[in-house]
Design a protein around this ligand. Structure first.
Ligand code: NAD
Length: 348
């Protein structure tokens, strides 16, 4: 199938493919929109079944970044890179530098940062070859560095808006939240929720990680097969995308979905399925924007960690506004968020 025929190609401005013979670095950089500024979005290092799967992932994620950045009111467009993980070609310094040259060759149309499989040290290696990179190691008073805790802050306030709107509850005291995935976002989210009095059920494919966290926070642990279907007030997907689909939605036992994972809905129709079941969905890219807000403050030299936290706090009101518009227009929340994002990037 030609790239132009892929449904996820949608209205992308450009797609760039790189293959470095020396290091084995293979990357796809998808630029969805530069309407609001350079296309910003992280780089994912992942194993894909084939190159079409990598391309589709880059396309879906880059459009998500356009929407996320627009609704977070950032002066940037949206793009995303995927680095295709290959067993015989490890992610060495030279490999990362080759990716840095790939990013640099786009002359600033795309700004990279970390996503799954990438660290702030990796960004430092990339930065030896390009200035169009963010998410570099910093000290804790500055904006920037690991975006995970900032993303968790945003998910926490977005979830609080959802709990207020759907359950009429102020804060998390006694609210039962099930968290799927306890990585750099899910773990901090669990800590924030526990500190606010939530009852937690957690799962991670790393069973040791789940058991340790459960011990520290007095959470219950369930299997990764069961976590989405926990009888809980809120389910927070904080691991993989596409977990909300035709098969899983009928089996959900919660009132609210609010989590960090990108592309939680397998298709836009799954937003409608959730609405039909009267499950309130906090659109993923609205509530998980804390990381990019932080990374862009670092890149643009625009504010310290406190300024970033103040911007992230606005996710609560923004999420609330989406719920109110969805009620008023009788539309699923994901459709309302997409409409608002398209308006913001001039593609309404
Ligand atoms: P991470 O890699 O640090 O953590 C993911 C965790 O999920 C790991 O502990 C992993 O073992 C676990 N996991 C994987 N598959 C699982 C499964 N089937 N069931 C239960 N647990 C499983 O990733 P992260 O940075 O915490 O990001 C989590 C999600 O949030 C990803 O989808 C990511 O794209 C999205 N996101 C992250 C950020 C950020 O700032 N890190 C920002 C926006 C969106």
């Amino acid at each position: 199938m030609s790239v132009f025929d892929l449904p996820s190609f949608d209205d992308h401005e450009s797609v760039h493919v790189f293959d470095d013979a020396v290091t084995g670095m293979r990357a796809i950089i998808a630029v969805h929109s530069t309407h609001r500024g350079p296309a910003a979005g992280g780089c994912r290092y992942w194993h894909y079944a084939d190159s079409e799967a990598a391309l589709v992932d880059a396309l879906r994620l880059s459009r998500g970044m356009s929407y996320k950045n627009a609704l977070a009111d950032l002066p940037v467009g949206g793009g995303k890179a995927v680095l295709v993980k290959r067993e015989t070609w490890p992610k060495t310094e030279a490999y990362l530098e080759a990716f840095g040259r790939a990013v640099d060759s786009l002359g600033g149309r795309y700004i990279t940062a970390e996503d799954i499989g990438m660290s702030d040290e990796d960004m430092a290696a990339i930065a030896r070859q390009t200035k169009f990179v963010s998410g570099l190691p910093v000290d804790s008073s500055q904006a920037g560095g690991n975006p995970g805790p900032y993303t968790a802050d945003g998910v926490f306030v977005g979830m609080r808006a959802a709990v207020r709107h759907k359950l009429g509850r102020e804060g998390f005291k006694g609210v039962h939240v099930a968290i799927q995935g306890l990585g750099s976002v899910g773990r901090v989210l669990a800590e924030l929720l526990a500190a606010d009095g939530a009852k937690l059920t957690v799962a991670d494919i790393d069973e040791g990680r789940a058991a340790r966290l459960a011990g520290e926070l007095r959470a219950s642990v369930v299997s990764t097969e069961d976590i989405l279907f926990t009888d809980a007030d809120v389910v927070a997907p904080c691991a993989l995308g596409a977990v909300l689909n035709e098969e899983s939605i009928p089996r959900l036992n919660c009132a609210v979905i609010a989590g960090a994972a990108n592309n939680q809905l397998q298709t836009p129709a799954d937003g409608e399925r959730l609405a039909e079941r009267e499950i309130l969905y906090a659109p993923d890219y609205v509530v998980n924007a804390g990381g990019i807000i932080n990374v862009m403050a670092e890149y643009l030299g625009d504010g310290n960690a406190d300024a970033v936290r103040a911007r992230i706090a606005k996710i609560e009101g923004r999420t609330q506004k989406i719920f109110e518009r969805a009620d008023a227009e009788d539309l699923p929340t994901n459709e309302v968020a997409d409409q608002m994002a398209r308006e913001a990037i001039g593609r309404a």
